[in-house]
Design a protein. Sequence first.
Length: 327
Amino acid sequence: MVGGASAYHNVMSDRRTRLAPSPTGALHLGNARTFLINWAMARQQNWTIVLRVEDLDGPRVKEGADKLAIDILQWLGLDWDEGPHYQRHDLTRYHAALDRLAGQGLIYPCQCTRGDIAAAARSAPHEGDEHELRYPGTCRPAAATPTRFEPALDATAWRVRVPDQVISFTDQVAGEQAINVAQGVGDFVLSTRMGLPAYQLAVVVDDAAQHITDVVRGDDLVPSAARQIMLQQMLNIAPQPRYTHLPLVYGPDGRRLAKRHGDTRLTTYRKHGVSAERIIGLLGHWSGLGPRQPMTLSMFLERFDLARLPRQPITFTADDEKWLLTK
Ligand code: GLU
């Protein structure tokens, strides 16, 4: 039975995953590797693939970046069975979830600015997550107070009352996790000051609405998985998806691959005449498939084995770049 238009997807199964690019910039070698592995896992195990464009990312969303991301995924040869779904097209399901939480007194409005939170954090230093300050609870009501969610309140964010409890889950690659969200970021934002659903909420609502059973993404999102599981519990969403968080690609300086390491966007390599086979070859080398050699997508699919995926972060070296640009 042919399950969809895909040449790779020919047996239906009830497992479903998503490719979820944020249209905030072009795809670089690091996130391309994550998408390629996610795609290969799905095609090897006959999961349905949903393409979801995460276009709720506020002011960082760049016009046309969605088309660029889709185009470059297709250039690599990746395909999907459903979508693209865009988050902005319909906000009602996020609002319904927020309303449900508000009715239970689990969210509250907050007008603190980033500056307010930074000032409070300075006076009570705390080692929270690397990039996020822990919310000190300034606007948190003393007791859970049922209310109605109001998206249009001017410059008002809505935060969730995070219980002081450890969330445990087993990650397919990162292993056993036990994370206390209250001690990490504290009460985090579910609806932004601009009145838009925040990433954490949108992902939980969409993963449930799209019946996602398998979440595969970079391991920078391990702390987010704990927040998302907490929200699933509050919203009575079950079963919990299975999580596979992959080690990221770093630059030679040990920092996560980004603009500072030069232009590693796939569109730029493509413009310079680098073939998809060479990109896939490097990504394959970074995925435990042996020495660098140009590789077709089918070869990658055939050879990829999650058990052989390096468990340490990958470093993008000057040598890798030189090899990539070899004609
Ligand atoms: N949109 C996110 C990204 O591009 C992925 C979020 C997720 O997979 O949950 O990094």
